[in-house]
Write a protein that binds this ligand. Sequence first.
Ligand code: SF4
Length: 263
Amino acid sequence: MSYRLWLAATAGRVWGEATYASRMAVSRAVTALDDPPARKRRARKVLAVLGETYPDAHCELDFGSPLDLLVATVLSAQCTDQRVNKVTPALFARYPDAAAYAGASLAALESLVAPTGFFRQKAKTLQSLGQQLCDRYGGEVPDRLEDLVTLPGVGRKTANVVLGDAFGVPGITVDTHLGRLARRFGWSEHTDPEKVEADLMVLFPKKDWTLMSHRVIWHGRRRCHARRPACGACPVARWCPAFGEGPTDAVEASRLVKDAGRA
Ligand code: SF4
């Protein structure tokens, strides 16, 4: 048996009863052997286990149409999805299409989106988004990345959310959680979201990009927090080179696990 196979088997066998020190040793040793094919296998294993842990991982913004999702994603900048979801029912009812946003008064938009923060800028963005959609795309949200990123307030992250969740076109959404976890997992060393996205494109098949984004983001919101990740209650700890950044004691770590909501 090769050293790598032996190590993988040993890691699986001892993990459940291992001490903190031996868990750290296994975690470091497994990831130290990461040549590109091994990294890809490890990444896909992590994704599979996250799938078992969060079987209903999905976009946490409420929406009924591509336009709704585009608007909700613009509002989610510097704001929680939960707060956005409280604001959007009234917004979507009052502005059902791009023409409605284009003709909206800024004061009315500002008042509706105020709880999401940066409301003056967001109101302006929604109004000009509606105008651009009417002027250039017949009032419809385009379904191509290269078109979406030309719209006001829409970067690659927002475009990939809309593509993946409204149009079923695979997209990788590198938000703060996915970027942080990609670095913790050793999937990318970059902080530039576009470079992280490029690294993840190599590790996962295109068909999995949207689901991968949701699962990792859910894990980031529920367990792998920026400051105190719940390492001792983490289902993918044995494949994570950052194991130990947070409490490794199971009881202490379990107190850090959140059921839902955006961190
Ligand atoms: S919670 Fe800890 S072990 Fe789990 S992915 Fe985050 S850093 Fe790694």
